[in-house]
Write a protein that binds this ligand. Structure first.
Ligand SMILES: Cc1ncc(COP(=O)(O)O)c(C=O)c1O
Length: 398
């Protein structure tokens, strides 16, 4: 018999395992399912990405191993984009590293800094790769709850002293998945100051930095003075350019920190497919023009969904960024039961807050991945599910 590792067994189960089966059954039964589950936009990838990729596929040089150096042109395009976007300079060869999607870099990072028994600080609700990467590297993850009363900010001042002493790495993600919260500069300053004082590596996950609304501009962590000492910043081409399946992102930071992750990766992978990196160059060089329509469409969807959900009886604020709505449920309503009811009785897939860990309870997440009309239809159906849940609760209370 094969015995699995304690690390594998410590990975939390995926709480939504039954949803794809349920969804398939409903579609087979003729139900018009609206899937607002995964953060995977319905827009096609940019034509320039397809053209660059197609050309690269015809050139055998792009079918070789990329190794960690990858395509110097991709590193240069990434550094150029960071400079245009944030006014910050990073050396393409020593301070930039291509990633097979930012998930890959984020989940490998703990291997570079943790020893057994060291702590990582992981937001909850949050992107599961932080927790998984920490556990697989043998770290002891400390779960930092993101609470509405704290504007969903991970507050290092609330982390117990004993944990801070053992902490080697903290994951910070704004604009945030799943809460869509954004981080004020003054919060980032406090966070950087604590990381510098404690010698904690700050992994700043900026996957949604260009999906912003109402004129809001998401900052880079490196706009904070002193951040280069302790931070690495992760960027993704997935969300801004509808390229989730292409698997391309990058990290920037000072050479010693980027070098440590490079060293880990040189033992686990050989970098993103060079043809994908070539497509990445084309996209990054036209990033501003390509992201503008995606951002405008998401803003329209946000407005439509927020208005329709309010009309349907939900209380929620209109987020300034990301591609999600994080919607509160009435007190005492279990999010998993609500999500199951929403799917079974109304054909709408949402993610229950509890899927992001216990601190996500009391909310559900909607991804703005379908057009405004479908979102309005989904909101109406979710209102019915809310009503049915309330009636069910009344019935069980009497
Ligand atoms: C917060 C956050 N970070 C990183 C990622 C990973 O993106 P990528 O496709 O670049 O791996 C996601 C994807 O959903 C995310 O939500």
């Amino acid at each position: 018999m094969i015995e699995f590792s304690r690390r594998l067994n410590a990975l939390p189960g995926y709480p939504l395992a039954e949803i794809p089966t349920l969804k398939r059954r409903l579609i087979e039964a003729g139900v018009d399912v609206i899937d607002l589950g995964a953060g995977d936009n319905d827009a096609p990838p940019p034509a320039v990405a397809i053209e660059a990729m197609t050309a690269a596929l015809r050139d055998p040089a792009y079918s070789k191993y990329g190794f960690q150096q990858g395509l110097p042109a991709f590193r240069q395009a990434a550094a150029r984009w960071v400079e245009r976007r944030f006014g910050l300079r990073f050396d393409p060869m020593t301070e930039t590293l291509p990633l097979i999607g930012s998930k890959e870099g984020l989940s490998h990072l703990p291997f570079a800094v943790v020893n057994p028994g060291d702590a990582t600080i992981v937001p909850e609700p949050g992107y599961q790769a932080y927790l998984g990467g920490s556990i697989l590297a043998g770290a002891d993850p400390y779960i930092a709850p993101l609470r509405p009363e704290n504007n969903f900010l991970l507050d290092l001042e609330q982390v117990p002293e004993a944990v801070l002493r053992r902490a080697k790495l903290v994951f910070i993600n704004y604009p945030n998945n799943p809460t869509a919260a954004v981080a004020p500069l003054e919060y980032l300053e406090r966070t950087v100051a604590i990381c510098r004082r404690r010698g904690i590596l700050l992994a700043y996950d900026n996957a949604y930095c260009d999906l912003t609304f109402d004129g809001y501009r998401a900052p880079s962590i490196f706009e904070i003075s002193g951040a280069r000492e302790v931070a690495l910043e992760f960027f993704s081409l997935s969300k801004s350019f509808s390229m989730t399946g292409w698997r391309i992102g990058f990290v920037v930071g000072r050479p010693e920190l980027v070098g440590a992750l490079t060293r880990v990766k040189s033992y686990t992978d050989t970098g993103p497919f060079l043809a994908v990196q070539k497509a990445g160059v084309a996209v990054l060089d036209q990033a501003e023009a390509l992201v503008a329509p995606i951002r405008a469409e998401l803003e329209r969807r946000r407005d439509a969904a927020v208005a329709a959900l309010r009309e349907a009886g939900f209380a929620l604020a209109a987020p300034k960024a990301a591609m999600y709505l994080w919607v509160a449920l009435p007190p005492g309503t279990a999010s998993a039961a609500f999500a199951t009811r929403a799917l079974e009785q109304t054909g709408v897939v949402v993610l229950p807050g509890s899927a992001f860990g216990p601190a996500g309870e009391g909310f559900f997440r909607i991804a703005l991945t379908v057009g405004a009309d479908r979102l309005r239809a989904a909101a109406g159906r979710l209102g019915q599910a809310l009503e049915a849940t309330r009636r069910g609760e009344l019935a069980s209370a009497t």
